[in-house]
Design a binder for this molecule. Sequence first.
Ligand code: HSE
Length: 437
Amino acid sequence: MKPINVGLLGLGTVGGGTLTVLRRNAEEITRRAGREIRVLRAAVRNLDKAKALAGDLPLTTNSFDVVDDPDIDIVVELIGGLEPARELVMQAINNGKHVVTANKHLVAKHGNEIFAAAQAKGVMVAFEAAVAGGIPIIKALREGLTANRIEWLAGIINGTSNFILTEMRDKGAAFGDVLKEAQRLGYAEADPTFDIEGIDAAHKLTILSAIAFGIPMQFDRAYTEGISKLTREDVQYAEELGYRIKLLGIARRAENGIELRVHPTLIPERRLIANVDGAMNAVLVKGDAVGPTLYYGAGAGAEPTASAVVADLVDVTRLHTADPHHRVPHLAFQPDQLADTPILPMDEVRTAYYLRLRAFDRPGVLADITRILADSNISIDAMVQKEPAEGEEQVSIILLTHITVEKNINAAIAKIEALDTVAGKVMRIRLEELAAR
Ligand code: HSE
């Protein structure tokens, strides 16, 4: 059978890794795909930089040379960002080409428009590499777990944040210091906002939620809170209480809608996912039939991400000849079967909480705080009061609550902060047991 022809947009870390893996494993990949997957040409920003890696692969600096090339069957978009990636992907689709992309930002923001265009044109858009790098989580949700009603999923889906939290715990270091180290090691971008403020994780969670629940991509409705305000004290107190703090992306089917939220979360240290350290990723999925399943691996890096890109290339190659109506749907559910289940406002989310506050060590302070919680119908699970440091008048009080509604805790926090005996703001971190039931 004649080869299927691929055009690469971008030959950076992931593009380079993709080329390397395709070349190194060419024979096995052909045996799996049923025909050779041949890279015909690549568009790059800097010809000189790309030459050594490209070898005899023809290069261009004009990405439209690739998306408009009539000989190319599959365009692989690895340039990232919204524009010109969106324009190039749409043009490739309009030209009748299949697309493989690792671009989580693009899929989370413009996925609905892109999949509609692909559906109309009868082409495929595959995006395994957009979520959790090399972990085949899209494939697991879309195909392996297709018998299940997915109840919830919770993922460590930003390696940079997980690296920072791990270092804060292991070394007792402050957030700012570890961030600098992460930048030095090349984990965090020079502008690390997307990683540390939970935006990158929210892109990935948006994609996972669409596939898990059969809903359109709704990035703008995701609640997003990053790790930049966490202190080493919180990490340490959580540890003392038997919990680890992780930046989790959580999507949960609730009674009246779907919770879609990214925030730092206390999780019991005995859970496997609590022990996912460094820059690694993991996604825990709870299906009604299978129960909890856990997927773990490298969430970034040249070859781990290339592993997902090449898997998509093989999938697209295998399905290329299948009638578009009988292919695996982009978002797991048939396009006319997407549900309009609402994403819940954050006020309606139900979870437990870790609260840390500074109070003057005087009679009645604890009574005032516990009364406020009781009046808001919030039940306390655990409480610790730390001795004041030498010469200090204030003590740290740490409370764990049972599950409540976010709006109740917000109201209680406002009342606690208004007490004369409480200093400053209450630190609030959400807590999830992530139990099988
Ligand atoms: N910036 C991402 C992370 C890399 O830290 O996980 C891949 O999406």
